[in-house]
Design a protein. Structure first.
Length: 466
């Protein structure tokens, strides 16, 4: 068969379609994620707050949250933020990660739905609703469906971009050299899948590209399965990069994700051809290649969960032994807030709410300490030092909370979250002001004592009434 000549103009058109389609796909995934978070985010907030050491509950939470966010990388980055802030344990996070690995396979099923020709129509119709709808909930539902349309339209462009390659002998020969006909070929495909996913930092995008190439007939099912195995490893890069400059405990979350994926893929590679046969037995006959790829992705991650979930406590112990937390010599963070949480506004606002409550508790303790000081019921120097330290603590806590919430408010938010963030800013400011008033009263009383003046019981009672 004669190889068709691909002109410079065709190459430019193909590259434009593939790159443009990829970025429209990624933007669509973002709109889809943001829309679902806005519509169902309150449930996600409750699920995260209920995570315990129960492995099945943690796995279910990861599955649910990632189904909403549509990105296991974002879920893992969020977990790194929560562990770094000290509000979630490593064992809890490992259970959530395993569930997230299953939840992220939903993206492959969305991609497998072959309605790409309607993508632009869906985007156009729901884009109008998104722009002109006054009802906030309807706007976010429109954003969700518009994002879905963009995903399909991006896939259509990528399919058009790779279509000329299906009959180009040079390109087919190139892919044939990576065909998993041998164990070396399997390893090559795994490495390519991992590298491309690591560079793009989106397994959803690379799985979409894999399905697109398979639909175009450029690669076969066996090659697709091997690439998907590599893409499962490559998706851990995002979390690893996010874990840099965090505590060792938080970095261990990224190491856990890498360990789980690498070990799971390493277990499959020696039995790859047996694994393909097993997939053939499980899958119904007559289904298209895109659905088969999506199903293989789901089966791999379900098997991963079955294998690793019973041993999360052993994995936790092993990782904690290998990566021990060093004693920090720097200035510790005063709040359990982490900028990585900003990726998920519903989780961010819940965490900042807890910190504002903590400020209120400290302010209440300062009031109790001031009473003790005025009544002279405890050691004066110790109490004075404690009050001054608590006032400085609240000053710095307010600063951290203000920076965190200001960054949150700079995003497009559901009005309820925006209102809650503004209310939290006000409360944090009031608690900090209370600490200033307490210290002002303390300083006044210290000056009176230095001048050898004392307040009678009635004056002390009046001051305490304030």
């Amino acid at each position: 068969m004669e190889t068709p000549v691909i002109s410079t103009g065709m190459i430019i058109q193909m590259v434009s379609n593939v790159i443009g389609g990829l970025y429209i796909f990624l933007l669509g995934m973002k709109y889809l994620s943001d829309g679902v978070q806005a519509v169902a985010g309150s449930r996600m907030r409750k699920m995260i707050s209920m995570v315990t050491d129960n492995r099945l509950a943690a796995c279910g939470t990861g599955l649910f949250v990632t189904s909403i966010i549509q990105s296991s990388s974002v879920t893992t980055v969020m977990l790194i933020g929560l562990v770094n802030a000290g509000v979630m344990s490593l064992q809890q996070s490992i259970g959530v990660i395993i569930g997230a690995d299953i939840g992220t396979t939903i993206t492959a099923w969305i991609v497998a739905i072959n309605i790409t020709k309607y993508g632009l129509l869906i985007t156009g119709i729901f884009g109008l609703f998104y722009l002109f709808s006054r009802n906030e909930r309807n706007r976010f539902i429109s954003m969700l469906v518009m994002g879905l349309g963009m995903v399909f339209f991006g896939l259509l462009l990528m399919e058009k971009g790779v279509e000329p390659l299906r009959s180009h002998q040079g390109f087919i020969a190139l892919f044939s050299s990576f065909s998993p006909k041998s164990y070396l070929g399997v390893i090559k495909c795994v490495i390519i899948g991992a590298l491309v996913t690591g560079i793009i930092q989106s397994s959803s995008a690379t799985i979409a590209m894999t399905i697109t190439l398979a639909r175009a007939g450029v690669i076969d099912f066996d090659t697709s399965v091997a690439l998907v195995l590599g893409e499962n490893i490559g998706t851990t890069v995002t979390a690893f990069l996010a874990s840099l400059n965090t505590t060792m405990r938080a970095r261990t979350v990224a190491y856990a994700h890498i360990t789980i994926k690498v070990v799971a893929v390493s277990l499959v590679i020696p039995f790859f051809f047996l694994y393909l046969r097993m997939l053939g037995l499980i899958m119904p006959s007559g289904i298209d290649i895109a659905t088969r790829i999506a199903l293989s992705h789901s089966i791999f991650n379900i098997l991963l969960a079955i294998t690793f979930l019973p041993f999360t406590h052993l994995l936790t112990r092993g990782l904690e032994y290998l990566f021990k937390e060093k004693v920090s010599t720097g200035v510790p963070a005063l709040t359990h807030l982490d900028s990585r949480l900003l990726e998920t506004p519903m989780i961010s606002i819940e965490q900042s709410r807890r910190e504002v409550i903590r400020m209120g508790e400290i302010a209440g303790k300062m009031m109790d300490s001031l009473r003790d000081f005025l009544k002279g019921s405890t050691e004066e120097k110790e109490l004075v030092d404690k009050l001054f330290n608590q006032e400085q603590l609240l000053d710095r806590m307010q600063e951290e909370i203000t920076i965190f919430l200001t960054n949150l408010l700079s995003q497009e938010l559901v009005s309820s979250i925006a209102r809650e963030a503004q209310e939290q800013l006000r409360q944090a400011d009031e608690y900090e002001s209370v600490s200033d008033y307490i210290v002002s009263i303390l300083k006044l009383n210290l000056r009176l004592k230095n001048a050898e003046l004392t307040l009678d019981k009635e004056e002390v009672d009046d001051m305490l009434e304030l």
